[in-house]
Structure formats: C-alpha cells, structure tokens
Design a protein around this ligand. Structure first.
Ligand SMILES: [Zn+2]
Length: 194
C-alpha cells in the first residue's frame, strides 16, 4: 500500500534540522558520510508515518459503503497495521480484526484497510486505535453493532526488555448488539479462531 505524500520541502528541511541535532546530541557525527542524508530521510519517514493526521477516515469510509441485504455478522480478519506509540515514538504493529452486523449496507474491504491505516499513521496507544476504528465504523454505516480487536507487539516494550519477546497485547472495543449479547461476542471470537 504505497501512499506517499509529495513532501513539503520546507517541512522536510525543518524536521531534518532537528534530527541532525538529535544525532549530534546522542554522540554521533552528523557530517560523517553514512549520516549525511539521514536527517532528510528520517524527516520524510516521520511525515509518512504520521500521514493519518492529514486524512479524513469518515470521508474515505463513506465512499465505500454499498447495499447489502444480509444481516449476519460480517468479519474482516487480520488487517495488518504499523503505528508509533505516543509514549516513546517507537513502533507498535500487528493486526486489527473487525466485525459488524449490517443493516442494509456494507463497507468495501480495501477501504477498511485504509481506514485502519489513517488511525495507525499517527502517534497512538493501542486502546485508542481500537476504539477509533470501532467508533468510525459505527458512524460510517448503518449497523446493529460493531466489534474490533487489535493484537499488537510493542517495540518500546521489547527493545527495552519490559515485555517478553513473544508477548503481544490484545485490546477490544464493541458496541450495539455486541455489547448486550455475549453470545455474539463469542461467535465473533470463534470465527476469528481465538
Ligand atoms: Zn511506548
């Protein structure tokens, strides 16, 4: 999913000047050959990684809502995402799975992945990412309930040895019939194979 923005040169230059300073402060020589272009590359990377601030997920979602006659749970499993934790500005990444009970409409698969991406490409915490995807879907299409799970690994925990290497964190959010009917939540989980 290449979604590169045309970079604003002034913005890149300004962010790059800060990265150059960070390199110097951690004991590097920003003038050595291998690092000469690093501040500019890092600036472009952080702009891309935070592109979600400049995207409107509701508008994206509403362009991809179609008629759908069924009323059984629709599940989209294992949408891959990459995000940055807002506490350490280090990556966390994993998979989001979504379920909803349609009420005359459904949402296109590829757009669902884009919606997750607009929220993931910001400084985040996993709980909020999960809740934002859930709320957005509730707003974007008529439904009788939405459920979202997110399973992620946090490099800020792993790199610093706070979390075991194979550990992951799972978060949930749900509303509508998923909130009132534990059997529906169980059905969703079993369909995910969890
Ligand atoms: Zn963190």
């Amino acid at each position: 999913m290449a979604r590169k923005e045309a970079h604003d040169e002034k913005l890149v230059a300004e962010i790059a000047s800060h990265y150059r300073e960070i390199l110097r402060l951690v004991g590097e020589d920003p003038e050595r050959e291998g690092l000469l272009k690093t501040p500019e590359r890092a600036a472009k990377a952080i702009i891309d990684i935070t592109a979600g601030y400049r995207q409107d997920p509701l508008a994206i979602a509403q362009k991809a809502v179609f008629e759908h006659a069924g009323s059984q749970i629709v599940i989209v499993k294992d949408i891959e995402f990459y995000s940055m934790c807002e506490h350490h500005i280090l990556p966390f990444f994993g998979r989001v799975s979504v379920g909803y009970i349609p009420k005359g409409k459904m949402i296109g698969l590829s757009k669902l992945a884009r919606i997750v991406d607009t929220f993931a490409r910001r400084l985040q915490v996993q709980e909020r990412l999960t809740a934002q995807v859930c709320r957005l879907l509730s707003e974007a299409l008529p439904n009788d309930g939405v459920i979202v799970t997110c399973d992620a690994e946090h490099l800020c925990m792993k790199m610093r040895g706070v979390e075991k290497q194979d550990a992951s964190t799972i978060t949930f959010d749900y509303n509508g019939k998923f909130a009132t009917d534990p059997g529906l939540r169980a059905e969703f989980m079993s369909m995910l194979g969890k």
